[in-house]
Structure formats: structure tokens, C-alpha cells
Design a protein around this ligand. Sequence first.
Ligand SMILES: [Cu+2]
Length: 323
Amino acid sequence: MIQAGVSGSVSVSFRKYNGDPANLSYRGGSVQQRDAFVGDACTGEEIDQFSIALDGLTRSRVNVQQRTMLHPGYRDDVLVAFPGPVIYCIVANDSTAGQTAQSFAQAFLVDAAKQHMPKSVRSAIVDDLSDDVIGLDAFVAHDSLLDVEIDNRQTLGFDTIIVEDAPKNEFVVGDLELSPGKLPKLVKASEFELGRVDRTLTLGNVEEWTLAAFTEGHPFHKHVNPVQIGSSIDPDTGIDVSKFDSGSVYAGLSGQWKDTVFLPTNLFGAPYVVTIRTHYRRYIGTFVLHCHILDHEDFGMMQVLEVKMPTAPGAGGHGAHGH
Ligand SMILES: [Cu+2]
């Protein structure tokens, strides 16, 4: 499933259709009318979805989810086992959790590995898939950065600033001022400017970035090298919601690779503090990061980055990361 970035976030679930099949023809109408239709007819339990990849990057293990959260720019590859040949609804909202079909998804993946994997790796892959958590480690394209020494840190914040009597609001990107025990503050914020390089990076470096969105959530999207999610701290509870057992819609993201990461806020616009790591592996030159809500990007929520050789003027040195 792909959310291209031209509407808001959606959470997708699959439920059995229990209404009259004669009522299935397309019906336009208000959101309330559609919600009423779904509430009357799509009353089956939510079916488990087994997520194997995020933004096309394989997860380290399968994540079992009843809802797939698709923020602008997100892609999620899921396996779904429909329990029987009846009509199902694809529903974009919240509901109660459904029953588990884990054994079906697991058996499907194990069978596929037995048939298609080369002999030299087959038994290791089958063992990993047969584990309770359905491990996919052999398919993860990048070595984890979470335990390696980092060369540099960056901070980044997104905010929408309402400007009275102006033709448009300001869509800014800046740095964060971080102080222990306090929420981050957005500093040095500005809109995109053609010809300006906002960050100079060094080839070979591993960096940790601390990210936050203010006022409302924004999906952070960086080109070229993917990012590995470290943590995402809820401003109200201090809990890392990216851990597998957090019970949150953000559960299971820690340690996974993506190129679009949603930066949530709480109801009052206070930011979750998200950390990611990234490695400038091969590419030298300029590229961009931006909010993946495309209207925000077009209105200025974008920065230009440049990766330079470690020996180039203005590069930060280091750059000999040996892994
Ligand atoms: Cu945005």
C-alpha cells in the first residue's frame, strides 16, 4: 500500500462485509453517510496484516498489525490472509483489534523460503522465519547503525507559522534547541531558498539526527540514503512508542529502515522527539529533504543538503567509517 502524499494520513484495515450484497453499488455522499454505511455493513473483526517492508526496505522481523498507518509518502508491504471467500471492506479508520492469522502468514513465508532460497542460506532463513517473531534479518539491506559510534549529530524541526494578512502561512525548517527534561525548541527556522545549501555532510560519516514537528505532525522525507529509526518519545508519557511492545500505532519502528518518517505531535501540538541514524555511503553532491505533504514542500518546507568528500573544503572531516 502506498500513500502518495496528496491527502492526510489514513489508517487502513480490512473487515468482513456483513451487509446486503444488493447495497454494494457505489454511493457518493457525505462523510457521515459513508461512516454510517461502514458502521452498518463492515462489522467483521479487523483482519491481521503482516508487514514485511517499509518504503520498500525489508523489516528485520514481521510486524503484526490490524491497521496500517499510511502517512503521506509512506509505503507498507503487507501480507493479508482473508479467512473465507466472502466480501471484505477496506476501511480507513479506527476499530477494535481482530483475530490472529499469524500461523498462516508464517507458514506462507516458510514455504516460500523452502522453495526459492538457495541451499547455502535456506536453513538459516527458515529457522529465522520459524521463530515466534518471524525474523527477516537475512533480507534487511543495511547493517544496523544503532550500536556503532557516530561521527556527528544534527537536529531538525518542521513548523507551520500562521501569518496574519499574508497570502500564505510560513512552512519552515530549522534546528532544535535541546535541553534535558524539556521539550525541544525550534531555532534558526526558515523557508526553502533556491541556491542555498542548508547542511554540508561528509561522505562516509554516520550521523544521528534528532527530529521534531511543532503545532501539527509532518512526515520527514530525505532522499538518497535511507534512515534507521532509533526512538520516538511521547511528550506526555516519556515512553518510546517505536518499540515493538509499546501498543502504539508507531510500535515496531525502532531499528527499521525507512525514507519517510512521520513526526507526530500530541493534541496540543507538542512534539514527539524522534531519533534516526543515517550513513552517507556513496553519493557525493546535493539532494533534498522535505515534508512529504506535498503542499507543505511546495510552500517552503524543504532543505538542500550536500555530501562532500572528507578532504573537501567545508567538509567536517572523519569519513573513514569501517563497516
Ligand atoms: Cu508538513
